[in-house]
Design a protein. Sequence first.
Length: 422
Amino acid sequence: MRKVAVALLTMIVAVGAGAAPTSKLDAGQRAALESMERAFAQIVAGEQRAGVVWEVAKDGVVVSRGAIGWQDREARVPMSATTTFRLYSMSRAVTSVAALRLVERGQLRLDAPLATYLPRFATPTVFEIVPGVAEPQIVPARRPILIGDLLSYRAGFGYAYDYPKSAGLQRDEVIGLDISTAQGIDRLASVPLLNHPGERWHYGFASDVLGRVIEVVTGVTLDRALHALVFEPLGMESTGFVTSPTRLAKAYGPDKNAGTLVDVTERLPKSADYLRASAMHSGGGGLVSTAHDYLIFCEMLRRKGVGPKGRLLSEKTVAAMSTDDLSASQGPLFWHQKDPSPIVIGGGWGLGVGVRAHDVDASGLISRRGEIFWGGLAGTGFFIDPASGLSGVVMTQYLGPDGDEPALLLRRGVYGAFPQRR
């Protein structure tokens, strides 16, 4: 095990922190970041992850980056800066930024009814629990669904497993590789909501519906819309709904009997084909990207809307996006319903992103009030601390317990290196 760890640490020096301008760091900062890098090496050496890629910036300067372990263990393909990862829920922030760009252009209104753009949602109904009655009753919604509800996650949508069995809703009917985005959202429109619009925060298909709205407003498919609105202006050349098979990381999970990792790629939910173009473009979970590309996106938000090619969003819009607007009666914030994660401790919600409502140092999570954050089902995570000038991204492909451990290690290392806010 020690030989493996030494070899992995050598990879870090070759590919990771050695490429960052560490001369601008003091001894304590370097030590904290190197400790984080060793922790990543240890979870790979200890068969907790097949490989990890990360990138961290302070005030726009990369202070740590690395690629360690295996993109494909069986074929012995190492992780690299060009490895692409299934983002799953980290797609949501990108879709939200695209929609907010349309708002700034006057093509979309947050206070407009969803039915303005998608008429099938004109008369929404709601599953309502009635005491003493086994099956929920279906009642008219108290008000229309607004576009802003899609970003605040208070539109009333969940995921397929959240709906009563009587609804007969299957995930592949909404996000399915054999249907178009339009067909999937039309199917969702035929099902009552889980909550009255505006009343409760709920994780689910909201960003997928928002993606369909973007298609209607722009007149092009979501892949083309996101390219024009986000990827091209930011120079995110490795982000989209399709990637190369030579770059896409396999996913691994624990084999409890063998005490090692096994390939679980085929068990991952299909939010996109990933390797071939299709008519389904999930705004809530279909994108693939690299750690470097996603850091560019994070840095744009940290810089209050300014990307490497100029301003993408106004400061006012970024401020609204990153302001916690989740009340106690509308929450709580959650991640995977059946697998609570410390990543959401102290979490609130803005417009399409998580926002830390207060400082946290508990259950392995170190975080600061005002942090913008979220993650993805298969082990990706990001955080932005605007007040400290910090952005960080970590990516792996993993399905199993402690899925957010790399994101927790990332924060402990980065906040350990930069404990004081400006």
